[in-house]
Write a protein that binds this ligand. Structure first.
Ligand code: 26Q
Length: 857
């Protein structure tokens, strides 16, 4: 066995040498780490290309139905190491690097971090692709190739500064430009009514802007044997590299910004999550994704089937939130205008093909576009929407005669705004929420009217995460431990993780678990130290590393900054704990390290002030000699997928404390649980189902008001945070620290904390005081944290709980979510690699590989 491995190492080294010489012109000795990384990737690529080609051939040959995932965001993180894990080749690479004396950490660091998304929604899309690939589903992802992904976050004395994320600075060996599949996308112009050959009225346009969308493909490597692992495609559109997109006339007229608008279309990802913005360029981006992808899907279909007759049967399109909602209008338009479909037939096919996933219950995040903006930018699609809306309103009237108020509420176009959710629901055969509670809220509240009209349309598909990246890859020690106890079936059948419960009461297994947790905490401490060395302003926090030991309770809160996620409540708990420790130094409370990570949308002032508050408080704590050995708070700069891969395995406690009824699902909650953290959480999003699967017995830290109670408070307007402050001296003392200068060092800091104080007590920017009910849950949260302390003091008991929590996560694999989409929404069946196709590609490759132009012996 090891001989084979040694031989493989040598072959690989030879291939790397080949690429170094033929593409860079260097020998192994003189190659820099980056040149080495590039050549290594090119060498490894060969294996992956073979299976990628064979996967494509298989889908075409078998003429299977195919699902297309349309998403404005993806968050793959680093691709290479995970792909190697999936094909069980990581050992080989490590061995090879060792033999050559290259540091693996340094080499893998050169793999670019792909963060072309904001957070949950984009990461979910990436987990889905992994599960689609691994389970052999015929599928493909479409997105945009933003030149700048989610900004790089720097923290200067508690102030978030945004820097561009230049992930494309170096050539990416895993990104394939596909000129043959470029498409034209049309904006603006004037619609001209035309009569098609079948008597159908459609619209041409004149005086339009034509933009060329050029795709770049990324391979998505599924988990599988070294022989027949599947590889799917993530196709990302760019307008950057098409010179015709530059509008020279406008440049000559002195308008550089207008001239460059189309070449710059895919330059930047909008850094807002859960917030609607209504910007014109964003609308252009959304339509670029929609129009180019639909043309591409139709092309692919015609290549296999030669006609559009079976399109409705063979194609499924999933839209990730409403961002690609124009798909409904654009598919209608292409079917009627380009392929001669009659309106009713086109609509039947559109509805058969499209389905929509909703990811939010926050009303301010429901997408709407100004009607004239949409009409000017996309005149033909606007006409289709108008016509769809007429049909739709008639449907409503048929079922609810005389109820014009209902028609008004449900209409796609209302008061000069086009409502993308309404369009998406009408154009889809299914609409799904992302957790059971979330789907109920959609059906009974947000989309109640729609559910009454189409009761069978709404279904739930609970989110998940891929255990391959979020356990196998990021936590190899715990993975080996799991495999040693229950075998490795869990890697592709996560239900089997339930078997780990059998060791929960075994003292030696608990010891092993605790030891691994400690080692992972050491790795996180190293990451934090690195940050404190590199970054300027948190000197005091980590200067005394003595405190940062593996025995402390690692309390982790990682997610985008948002008021409803209540990082502020966590920080206030830290403040209350600080005050308690000052007052009562002999209290039996374990050491605690509170870790935050997450980006604030650049224009979200309150969110940025929450970061600042955390900074001020952590400074206060670490300057206090009585406390700094017992409590610390750190803000991890630039939280991203790679940082998550270090932080999550080190967590003892997972903070999932959103205002109940507001977090659609959450997925970090699942990642932390499967890595052996206990959850302190409200009954919100997927927390509810996690609790049910873990059972109440092993889910000890639930707290806070229910979603129902919160909705009632909202509706009845009975909530008064000031009353809570008056009645609860401990809460009052904490909140007062925001206004009494005790945490700040200058006026600017004071002003920042005052906005938080005001938002809690009197309301900020015309909103009600404490709109996310922080004070309402604060005392319960504080008391629950003291129960956390108590349990943590008994490490063996803690380990028992943690193992039972891991055991309850089987349901929360995206393998399961994807099976639900495939069975209940798409009607899709797995299609494993065809052996003949694979052999054929391999044969052809081997012939090429042996071929040298001039053979020298
Ligand atoms: C919309 C219009 C213009 C600009 C930006 C946007 C925009 C972008 C991203 C709106 C929303 C998002 C992202 C939403 C999101 O990430 N939602 C999260 O989705 C997760 C996966 O389902 C859930 O687990 C989280 O609960 C949900 O918050």
């Amino acid at each position: 066995m090891s001989d084979i491995l040694d031989a493989q190492v040598d072959v690989l080294i030879n291939k790397i040498k080949h690429y170094l010489i033929t593409t860079i012109g260097k020998t192994l000795e003189e190659a820099t780490d980056r040149e080495f990384f590039q050549s290594m990737s090119w060498a490894l690529r060969e294996e992956i290309m073979i299976n990628w080609t064979a996967t494509k051939h298989t889908f075409a040959k078998k003429r299977v139905r195919k699902a297309y995932y349309l998403s404005m965001e993806y968050m793959p993180g680093r691709l290479l190491a995970n792909s190697l894990t999936n094909i069980s080749q990581l050992d080989l690479i490590c061995k090879m690097l060792h033999k050559l004396g290259r540091k693996k950490e340094q080499v893998f660091l050169l793999d670019p971090e792909i963060g072309i998304g904001n957070g949950g929604l984009g990461r979910l899309a990436s987990c889905f692709l992994d599960s689609l690939a691994t389970q052999h589903y015929p599928a493909m992802g479409f997105g945009l190739r933003y030149q700048y992904g989610i900004f790089e976050q720097q923290l200067w004395y508690g102030v978030q500064v945004e820097r561009p994320d230049c992930w494309l600075l170096h050539e990416n060996p895993w990104s394939f430009r596909r000129d043959a599949h470029a498409h034209s996308v049309y904006y603006g112009g004037r619609p001209i009514q035309t009569l098609a050959s079948n008597g159908q009225t459609t619209y041409d346009i004149t005086d339009y802007d034509e933009v060329r969308a050029l795709p770049y493909d990324l391979p998505i490597v599924g988990y599988g044997s070294q022989e027949d692992f599947p590889v799917l495609t993530l196709r990302l559109w760019s307008t950057k590299e098409s010179p015709h997109n530059f509008q020279l006339q406008r440049y000559n007229a002195g308008h550089l910004d207008q001239a460059a608008e189309n070449t710059a279309l895919t330059d930047v990802l909008y850094p807002n999550d859960n917030n609607e913005m209504g910007k014109r360029i964003r609308l252009k981006q959304e339509f670029l994704l929609v129009s180019a992808s639909i043309q591409d899907i139709i092309d692919q279909h015609l290549t296999v089937y030669q006609s559009m007759d079976e399109f409705g049967d063979k194609v499924r399109i999933q839209i990730n939130d409403t961002h690609p909602a124009l798909s409904v209008a654009e598919l209608m338009r292409q079917l009627t205008h380009c392929y001669g479909f009659k309106w009713d037939h086109a609509f039947e096919v559109t509805q058969q093909v499209i389905s929509y996933t909703n990811h939010t219950v926050l009303r301010e995040a429901l997408e709407e576009w100004n009607e004239s903006r949409l009409q000017n930018l996309l005149p033909r699609q606007y006409k289709v929407i108008e016509q769809l809306n007429t049909h739709f309103c008639n449907d409503i009237r048929k079922k609810f005669p005389g109820d014009e108020e209902r028609v008004r509420r449900m209409s796609m176009i209302e008061q000069g705004q086009v409502k993308m959710a309404n369009l998406s629901i009408y154009g889809s055969h299914h609409v799904n929420g992302v957790a059971a509670l979330h789907t109920e809220i959609l059906k009974n509240d947000i989309f109640k009217d729609f559910n009454e009209l189409y009761p069978d349309k709404f279904i739930n598909v609970t989110n998940g995460v891929t255990q391959r990246r979020w356990l196998l890859h990021c936590n190899p020690k715990l993975s080996n431990w799991i495999t040693s106890h229950i075998g490795d079936g869990w890697i592709t059948n996560f239900d089997e993780i339930k078997n780990i419960a059998k060791v929960a009461s075994d003292p030696s297994a608990r010891e092993e678990f605790l030891k691994i947790k400690h080692e992972n905490k050491t790795a996180l401490i190293d990451l934090l130290k690195e940050q404190s060395i590199n970054h300027h302003c948190q000197e005091c926090e980590l200067e005394e590393n003595a405190f940062l030991n593996e025995n402390a309770l690692f309390d982790i809160h990682i997610k985008r900054l948002h008021e409803y996620k209540r990082q502020l409540m966590n920080a206030l708990h830290g403040l209350m704990l600080y005050q308690e420790l000052k007052e009562n130094p002999s209290a039996k409370i374990p050491e605690r390290l509170i870790v935050f990570g997450g980006k604030a949308a650049p224009g979200y002032e309150l969110a940025k002030n929450i970061i600042r508050f955390i900074y001020c408080l952590s400074r206060k704590i670490c300057q206090d000699p009585d406390i700094k050995h017992r409590l610390r708070m750190v803000y991890v700069e630039n939280y991203n997928v790679s940082k998550a891969e270090v932080i999550i395995p080190a967590a003892d406690l997972s903070e999932q404390i959103s205002t109940a009824g507001m977090e659609a699902s959450g997925t970090g909650n699942m990642k932390l649980s499967m890595n052996g953290a206990l959850t302190i959480g409200t009954d919100d999003g997927a927390n509810v189902e996690m609790r049910q699967h873990v059972t109440d017995q092993w889910w000890p830290f639930k707290f806070g008001a229910s979603a129902e109670a919160n909705f009632r408070m909202q509706k009845e307007r009975t909530y008064s945070p000031c009353k809570i402050m008056e009645e609860n001296p401990r809460v009052k003392r904490a909140i007062s620290a925001l206004s009494d200068h005790s945490l700040v060092e200058n006026d600017v800091e004071h002003e920042a904390l005052m906005t938080l104080y005001r938002s809690l007590t009197e309301g900020y920017n015309h909103s009600r005081p404490d709109p996310y009910f922080v004070l309402n849950d604060l005392q319960d949260y504080y008391d629950t944290q003291r129960r956390v302390d108590e349990l943590f003091l008994d490490q063996h008991k803690w380990a028992e709980y943690a193992i039972h929590n891991m055991a309850g996560m089987g349901f929360f694999s995206t393998d399961n979510s994807i099976r639900n989409y495939a069975d209940q929404i798409w009607g899709l069946t797995p299609c494993p690699l065809d052996k003949e196709e694979l052999d054929a590609v391999r044969q052809e490759f081997m012939a090429v590989d042996l071929c040298r132009i001039r053979k020298i012996d």
